[in-house]
Design a binder for this molecule. Structure first.
Ligand SMILES: Cc1cc2nc3c(=O)[nH]c(=O)nc-3n(C[C@H](O)[C@H](O)[C@H](O)COP(=O)(O)OP(=O)(O)OC[C@H]3O[C@@H](n4cnc5c(N)ncnc54)[C@H](O)[C@@H]3O)c2cc1C
Ligand code: FES
Ligand code: FES
Length: 482
């Protein structure tokens, strides 16, 4: 009998909601936390707007004890399936106001500000907004307009025009203490229901073994891509392996040469490292979805999805990144550039998964910048992503990588344009020539995000923008203003 068969199949999921213990035994593992709240325990304050992570009406908080501190992470409950909540403490809108014997419900200060400032009209978005602002005020972020806007980027409101909400958020209030939560709970190794199996391996070895035994399983990291198949399409996927509990996949390692990021590391977790080492990449990551998405979504999930408009792929390509691929049979390394074969098809073989991605640090002669062009600044998918690395030998271009997303079926380098620039002087005349070449090197599709002509023109112009930005390094790195 192997390890997998020794797993205790009677295990139930456990988590708390507003401090109340929940034991889950006879519910499908692909039921979302949102459906559980609304349909199983009648906590209907958390709303369903879009069921795909866009509107934020379903926002709840995951509270975690880290040493002496309690951290709050906002997430979209429509994209989280129940086994992902296993071992966690969840706060919903019903848990925000305190109950007082004499005074009934005592609102949190931010709730009071919203009531007093008419920050709510139809009210559908309000619970999600309250959760986002409550988490924001309990983080160590300063109460600036920029930070308030960022905290609200994942919450859509169709009625108020946001002014009254932002005004409420600006109010100076003494905020109450964080809610007390009990110790972190233990988690199960496997959860089964009605023919569906959800594995929760804790080590790389366990993950490799399970995946080699059940190679048709679906790997689940943050679920910000996959979650939509559960919430919107109501798919009851039979075999799922969750990577989020695997210790080795949660590592972030910085050496003299490179930054290595485990495949279960979330965007929010890597941001401080990117800000230090690759600020322009960090800036682009802050435009991926919203806090709700970045708090669970992973860089490696973005890579494995292999979307031609995945924001991080051209950046990682331009930065010469490498992937560590793992399976029960061993490990191998591959340049990220060779990972993408055709539209959403990758180089992964049966039983293989991404262990980590390594990004070499820039040397003193190298510069890197990334640009995202989308219709909306926040929470929008790109039409074109450009990521550029250039290495100088004095004024001469010694090396360059010009990578794009949104220009082909896979993220791609502009190889011919790169060749045209090597050995040339980095000046306006040469950049304009290369920019023209870039505009002719691809045959992008036209779709609702952008026409082919627009994409070609933008790709060339982004490279010009790169040149001018390097002339003025203090210029903010934004294509679309706030
Ligand atoms: C509202 C919203 C906004 C978004 N905005 C953006 C955006 O602006 N830019 C952008 O690029 N993306 C965006 N996304 C897409 C998504 O957030 C990213 O692609 C994210 O990085 C996916 O990571 P995840 O951990 O959630 O992956 P998951 O959904 O868990 O998995 C994605 C895929 O990767 C596979 N996978 C996961 N881990 C591994 C592994 N270790 N090895 C091999 N395969 C693996 C899964 O099987 C699945 O096929 C958005 C999504 C939503 C819902
Ligand atoms: S219901 Fe819209 S983000 Fe979840
Ligand atoms: S108050 Fe109606 S959607 Fe925000």
């Amino acid at each position: 009998m192997n390890n997998i068969e020794k797993v205790d199949h009677s295990m139930a999921l456990q988590f708390t909601i507003n401090g109340v213990s929940q034991k889950i035994e006879r519910i499908s593992p692909t039921v979302t936390l949102l459906d559980y709240l609304r349909e199983y325990i009648s906590l209907k304050g958390t709303k369903e707007g879009c069921a795909e992570g866009d509107c934020g009406a379903c926002t709840v908080i995951i509270a975690e004890r880290q040493k002496r501190n309690t951290t709050y992470r906002v997430i979209n409950s429509c994209l989280l399936v129940l086994p992902q909540a296993d071992g966690k403490h969840i706060l919903t809108i019903e848990g925000l106001a305190c109950k007082s014997k004499n005074r009934g419900a005592v609102l949190e200060p931010i709730q009071k500000s919203m009531v007093e400032g008419d920050g709510t009209q139809c009210g559908f978005c309000t619970p999600g907004i309250m959760m986002s602002l409550y988490a924001f005020y309990n983080s160590n972020k300063i109460q600036t307009d920029k930070n308030i806007h960022e905290a609200l980027a994942g919450n859509l409101c169709r009625c108020t025009g946001y002014r009254s909400i932002v005004d409420a958020a600006r109010q100076e209030r003494t905020f109450t203490k964080k809610k007390a939560i009990s110790e972190n709970l233990s988690t199960v190794a496997e959860y089964n229901h009605d023919g569906q199996r959800f594995f929760k391996p804790k080590t790389l070895k366990e993950l490799s073994k399970i995946y080699s035994t059940y190679p048709s399983s679906t790997l689940l990291a943050g679920g910000t891509d996959l979650g939509i198949s559960f919430s919107k399409d109501r798919k009851t996927t039979p075999l799922i392996i969750f990577t989020g509990d695997v210790k080795e996949l949660g590592i972030i390692e910085e050496t003299k040469e490179a930054l290595t990021i485990g495949s279960a590391v979330t965007y929010s977790e890597i941001l401080p490292y990117l800000e230090k080492l690759f600020p322009s990449f960090a800036n682009l990551v802050t435009r991926i979805g919203s806090d709700q998405i970045r708090n669970v979504g992973t860089l490696c999930g973005n890579i494995a999805t292999a979307s031609p408009i995945g924001d991080t792929l051209p950046c990682l390509m331009a930065l010469n990144s490498q992937l560590q691929i793992c399976s029960d049979l061993g490990e191998r390394r591959i340049d990220l550039e060779d990972f993408f074969i055709s539209y959403r098809k990758t180089n992964l073989k049966k039983g293989e998964f991404i262990q980590s991605v390594s990004i070499p640090k820039l040397n003193a002669n190298q510069t890197f910048k990334a640009y995202k062009v989308s219709k909306r600044y926040d929470q929008d998918i790109s039409a074109v992503i450009g990521a550029f690395l250039v290495e100088f030998n004095q004024e001469i271009v010694a090396k360059t990588i010009i990578a794009f997303g949104g220009m082909d079926a896979i993220p791609r380098r502009a190889n011919q344009s790169e060749k045209k620039l090597i050995g040339k002087t980095w000046n306006e005349e040469n950049i304009y020539k290369v920019s023209e070449k870039i505009s002719k090197e691809f045959k992008p599709i036209s779709d609702f995000r952008a026409s082919s002509t627009y994409r070609n023109q933008v790709a060339g112009n982004l490279f010009k923008r790169f040149y001018f930005d390097l002339l003025d390094p203090n210029k903010p790195n934004q294509v679309v203003d706030l």
